[in-house]
Design a binder for this molecule. Structure first.
Ligand code: DNO
Length: 395
């Protein structure tokens, strides 16, 4: 079976390692969130965390994420020193026997949503992204200079009407949802700071950011190879530019540029079906096939789009992504790697976000990281995998 994993936010996570064991996951996906971005993760810190995980009968399969310092993305300030630190963290993780690292290259914000508690008909709560809400924040709360040119007129009007309907709590809620940092983001801003960090990217377009990413990869991939570590870049979420910021991992073409320019198995991807899947221009079944040899880690979740730039997170088998096709491709790729005799054939898979449901509701959840919602996702992945393996000859 593929390695079934679960994201755990560390000892403060309300969902304990003992709870995780009952979900069926065997691998843990986690990070040393207390170490500031840009600093080296020492062997000592890594080993301590690893011991806690192993004492609970689990293994630390994937790091998500070793954050890339903003100065590396902009190539300003101490960026070379941050790269040297990143290289050392890779060596240290390799030495501790942790072989897969997920990271992203999204400037300023990690993932973005506009409502974290959208009620479904069945009473569960989901994460959604609505363009008019994002525009309402951008145009009327942040008041970013020249923001209007980034939205069609119809959206600007909807955003204005929406903004005029909001009360103070709703304004605060939307603001916090966008700039206070969703789990894993490691950065959080006030409105003023947010505008300042956006300004710092004014002269960095997609091409320049892509060059900075490729420079970063040229520096770290040889180190990853020597350390027995596979890198897995996470796509942009959502896969289009926000607040005038550049984007580099949004489409199949972006992913192919990254994997072909630095041609190494250590230079791979996190196939996040929800992040790529939010883009109406992305066909996940095709992308999985095309990118298969470079999938080093997968996040399985689904999304339902209602316009080109609005989506809600959905139950695994109910959105726009054909999860069956994607998982089948991942399983076939694992089998191909095994036949090649590769020791690192494994493609760890984790259920990504899940609705808050049943006993999750009212608990202090990391948005998206519910217990029952994700357990449902994982159970569906496990069943689907068994079915795929049993029905494919020779597996
Ligand atoms: C959201 C996640 C992201 C992702 C990072 C990877 O739930 O998918 O936080 O982990 O962007 O670096």
């Amino acid at each position: 079976m593929v390695e079934q994993t679960w994201r755990w936010y560390g000892p403060d996570d309300r969902i304990s390692l003992q709870d995780i064991r009952q979900t069926g996951a065997t691998g843990i996906v986690t990070a040393l969130h207390h170490i500031p971005n840009g600093e080296v993760w020492s062997v000592n810190e890594i080993s301590q965390r690893k011991t806690i995980i192993e004492e609970a009968g689990l293994s630390w399969s994937v790091v998500e994420s070793v954050p890339v310092h903003e100065e590396i993305k902009k190539q300003t300030g101490q960026w070379q020193e941050h790269i040297a630190n990143y290289q050392q963290t890779i060596r240290n993780l390799g030495q501790c026997g942790i072989h897969t690292i997920c990271y992203n290259f999204m400037p300023v914000l990690d993932w973005s949503r506009t409502n974290l508690n959208k009620a479904f008909d069945d009473g569960s709560l989901a994460l959604i992204y609505e363009q008019k809400m994002l525009a309402a924040f951008d145009l009327f709360i942040l008041k970013r200079p020249n923001a209007a040119k980034d939205y069609p007129e119809a959206i600007q009007k909807e955003a204005e009407a929406y903004f005029n309907s909001m009360d103070a709590d709703e304004i605060e809620n939307l603001t916090n949802t966008i700039i206070k940092g969703l789990p894993g983001a490691e950065e959080s801003y006030s409105l003023k700071q947010f505008q300042e960090v956006l300004d710092a990217y004014q002269h960095i377009d997609d091409k320049t950011l892509q060059k900075h990413l490729l420079d970063f990869l040229n520096a770290i991939i040889p180190v990853a190879e020597e350390s027995g570590v596979r890198m897995a870049i996470h796509p942009d979420d959502p896969p289009w530019g926000l607040f005038g910021l550049p984007r580099v991992v949004s489409t199949l073409e972006d992913a192919l540029t990254i994997t072909k320019t630095i041609d190494s198995e250590a230079n791979g991807l996190t196939l996040c079906t929800g992040s790529f899947g939010a883009g109406h221009f992305n066909n996940l079944s095709e992308m999985a096939k095309e990118l298969a040899p470079r999938i080093n880690f997968a996040h399985l979740r689904n999304v339902k789009r209602d316009t080109d730039y609005n989506f809600r997170e959905e139950y695994l088998f109910e959105g726009d992504v054909d999860i069956y096709e994607v998982l089948k491709t991942i399983i076939e790729e694992e089998e191909r790697r095994k036949k090649e005799g590769r020791k690192d054939f494994s493609i760890p898979v984790r259920p990504d976000h899940g609705n808050q449901m049943l006993g999750d509701i009212g608990k202090d959840n990391n948005p998206g990281y519910s217990l029952y919602g994700r357990m449902k996702g994982l159970a569906e992945i496990r069943g689907l995998e068994l079915g795929i393996r049993r029905s494919l000859i020779n597996y």
